[in-house]
Design a protein around this ligand. Structure first.
Ligand SMILES: *Cc1c(COP(=O)(O)O)cnc(C)c1O
Length: 394
């Protein structure tokens, strides 16, 4: 029996069950692979962010084990007290060179990198101009900063400029912020236009490149490199948890901006730094991005193949331009049922409904990786076809 004080949580949960919005966690039994075992069933895995298959790469595993032997399993302190290790700095230097920025700082996750940075660099007098589909970690950072938040419709450059014109004479700093690749639709931000607006109106330009790191640009350098905008985005955030295959987030900017974050970013100051093995893993991952660009080519080859297959089957794949491809079905209950039946037939593609995506835009989300074989993707397409026919989706 729950304690009386917590009964309301049980009631809320019951409501979710009644609305068919309750979701059980799927449990991965083994490694995160293109075909993996979840909940006792072998499925073609279209739900991970393991774009390049690095979560299980032998070189990354070896380097993690080596670092544990050499440095132990934990850092034992926050970065600003005793938890800055040589290997943390080596990773940050590697990232700064890779991203072609002056300096970089690593956080415990992409989430804390975004939220910690926005909250640290702005305050009550300032204004944030943010795409409506920006990631939750940006939204939380904006709220924590106490700055005023102005949201523009997704990728709507003209609407963004209207806001900037309206607030042009207002005092305070202005931050224009966007995801590079949007996580639910797989489309790419109009970064050249936004960077030009930031310059025209004197805004700080900040980019969250979580889904673009290791995916877009030369050797996976991200959206800035993809559009050749080096030097025109003031703050770039990336993640080490997706294509890089381990865990963490980073911020790239000027040396002084990074040193400011050492003093003011709360996750840096108040939460313990990465175990050295995580830093070692990430260092090896960046080496692989530099040495094996064919992995990224394979990712894009699979992306083109799978997208073409989905289109041929008549699915609504929205505006996707990247390995994230939604199959939009509209109704949330239908999306959940689609996902459930796909799973039973051997394909794991997560369903996503409101509030993660707008009402009426419920979908399943597919993500291909470099390590899927064409045979696996073809099988996934034929399972998608037969389940969709049964549910009258196509
Ligand atoms: C996944 C994601 C994050 C968070 O990254 P983690 O390293 O998993 O915390 C931030 N922003 C976007 C756009 C993401 O998709």
């Amino acid at each position: 029996m729950p304690k009386a004080q917590l009964q309301y949580l049980s009631d809320e949960l019951q409501k979710l069950r009644e609305q068919k919005l309750y979701q059980k966690l799927r449990v991965l039994e083994g490694e995160q692979l293109p075909v993996a075992r979840f909940d006792g069933r072998e499925v073609i895995n279209l739900s991970s962010n393991n774009y390049l298959g690095l979560t299980t790469h032998p070189r990354l595993k070896a380097r993690a084990i080596e670092a544990i032997e050499k440095y132990g399993v934990g850092s034992g302190a926050v970065r600003s007290i005793a938890g800055t290790m040589t290997i943390h700095l080596a990773l940050e230097e590697k990232i700064a060179r890779f991203k072609q920025v002056e300096a970089a700082v690593v956080f415990q996750s992409g989430f804390t990198a975004n939220a910690g940075t926005v909250a640290a660099i702005l305050s009550r007098e300032d204004i944030i101009i943010s795409d409506e589909l920006n990631h939750a970690s940006i939204i939380d950072g904006c709220r924590l900063s106490r700055a005023e938040i102005k949201v523009f419709p997704h990728k709507d450059v003209a609407a963004c400029e209207t806001i900037l014109r309206e607030i042009a004479s207002r005092p305070g700093r202005k931050l224009l912020i966007t995801d590079g690749v949007f996580s639910m639709d797989g489309d790419i931000a109009p970064l050249p236009e936004l960077a030009a607006l930031a310059e025209k109106y004197g805004c700080i330009m900040m980019l969250d490149d979580a889904h673009a790191s290791g995916v877009l640009g030369r050797n996976g350098r991200g959206t800035v490199d993809h559009f050749n905008l080096h030097g025109r985005v003031d703050i770039q955030v990336g993640t080490l948890s997706k294509a890089i295959g381990a865990l963490g987030g980073y911020v790239g900017s000027t040396r002084d901006a990074i040193e400011f974050l050492y003093h003011r970013a709360r996750p840096f100051l108040f939460s313990t730094s990465h175990p050295p093995s995580v830093a070692a893993t990430c260092l090896a991952a960046f080496e692989i991005l530099e040495e094996e660009p064919q992995l990224i080519e394979r990712l894009w080859g699979n992306t083109r193949f799978f997208k073409a297959g989905l289109k041929k089957l008549g699915f609504n794949t929205g505006m996707s331009e990247t390995p994230i491809t939604p199959v939009i079905v509209g109704d949330a209950a239908l999306a959940h049922e689609f996902s459930r039946q796909l799973f039973e037939q051997g394909v794991f593609a997560q369903s996503i409904g409101f509030p993660t995506v707008p009402q009426g835009k419920a979908r399943i989300r597919t993500i291909v990786t470099a390590t899927h074989t064409r045979d696996q993707l073809s099988r996934a397409l034929s399972i998608l076809e037969s389940v969709a026919k049964k549910l009258r989706i196509t």
